[in-house]
Ligand binder design. Sequence first.
Ligand code: SIN
Length: 559
Amino acid sequence: MVHFFKIIDRGTNAEGKEQIEVIWVDADEKDQVEDVQICVVMVGLPARGKSLIARKIVNYLKWLSINAKSFNVGTYRRTETPKPGAEFFDTNNTEGERLRRAAAEAAVTDMLQWFSTGGHVGVLDATNSTKSRRKWIKEQCEARGCQVLFVESKCEDDEIIDKNIRSVKVNSPDYKGSDPEEAVRDFMNRIRNYERVYQTIDDDEEKDLTYVKLVDVGTQVVINNIENYLQTRVIYFTMNLHITPRSIWLSRHGESMFNVSGQIGGDADLSPRGMMYAEKLPDLVSKIVPEGTKLKLWTSTMKRTIQTAQFLPYEKKEWKALDELDAGVCDGLTYPQIEAKYPADFKSRDDDKYNYRYRGGESYRDVVIRLEPIIMEMEREDNIMIVTHQAVLRCIYAYFMNIPQHRSPWMAIPLHTVIKLTPGAYGTEMEMFNAGIPAVSTYREKYGSAEMGESEGAASADLSMLADTAKTSQEPDSVPTGPAPVEKLEKAAAKAAAKLGAVGESVGELAHKLEQEIETIEDKVREQKEVIEEAVLKRRRSLEVRGKKDTDGDTLLME
Ligand code: SIN
């Protein structure tokens, strides 16, 4: 079940501005979203945080189980022109103009194709800086029955622009390997070229468009002509975003007495080692949080997170929404006890951990829903540290790192470790800082033994498992990718087969490993399918004759 805004009344106020009245509704995602397709079109000069906003919208919607995907025009342009100088973006450069238009058309074509396979929210990430470009995109989308929502990021604050330029210099594939100072100079010249032709969305001439204008990082927000609850939801989210660089620090509570006894849930105190972590935390945090950083500290309402955060010298807030996943009738039991008492439930949870709801308790899906206001608040805030619980951290981490639902409940979040996340236009950077205080392992593998307990190497095993998750989650959403990974598939299959023949492994372990291999293969197949679809589209476009109509009677996009 997902929750939506639903517009129940709309009209105009005394000044003639549009007014809407909304309510929250519980809705089956399929009923509410199935018939709506929205193209979110980013608008704005370079270094205004568009790619970050685009990525965030997609992650947020996917996290809420809404099918969303980003189409970055720069990525399409890079297939022909990987590292252009600023002169490429000069509108007097006819070859540059042709290639840039072709890239935009290719991205729009792919996006429309993706809508026809059931996509709900496609984000077109580009400058889209002229009225004529916006008109063209609107026509293309509406001809295919997609609504269009323009999101313009305007920013005149030199400090913010400068920070964004510096971040692009470090992270943009356009400047990989370039001299940093030269990259900054070139990027500023590129911006100047765009400034010559840039037209902000015109509140009069373009009043028929549906748009939100975010001025100076949300200091002022202009909303025009919104049409439905999904648009409202995207707009509300963007209003809470800010594009200034910042970090988020996450930690589980220190080891608790329940962790030591292997019980789940409850409201236990910290163990002696958990208390050592709490005492060490101020020193660890002072080393990893830059001096002078203003930090807000959030905990759950449970004793173990409050005790963990007690020595940290920051403004603190307790949130009920950060409490651990409610284990219902299983609260206070150990995994072996749950397996003995509720064997069918124990298996069902392993089969689909994201959706399994403890009797009288919660599922991961439920936790995501209750965390939504927390995510919204985190987006509004600057630097935050959160001390909370394993399941809750998995959901928060999945949001920032774009981890799919079938993986997120199985991530190992190590005890006695601070995780630092730094969101950026090209992905979220993750760093981990282990306090070096031993703790039990609370991680149980899918279909693994119900027994857990003391493990010397627990923290480092959990750390490397989490680091692996971060590596695999950062690929951009829609890009014309390289050759099909058939060899990789074959290798993975051979590896799985070899493992089947391995001696000394229990059937449970073997089944679990095989399952992991299958998941990897499934991911690769999904990737390969996308590559093939893109290749077919490219081929089709290259075969089409300029200006002719395709088989559906639509004007071809490549001219
Ligand atoms: C790019 O080529 O990097 C972006 C094209 C655009 O959005 O104008």
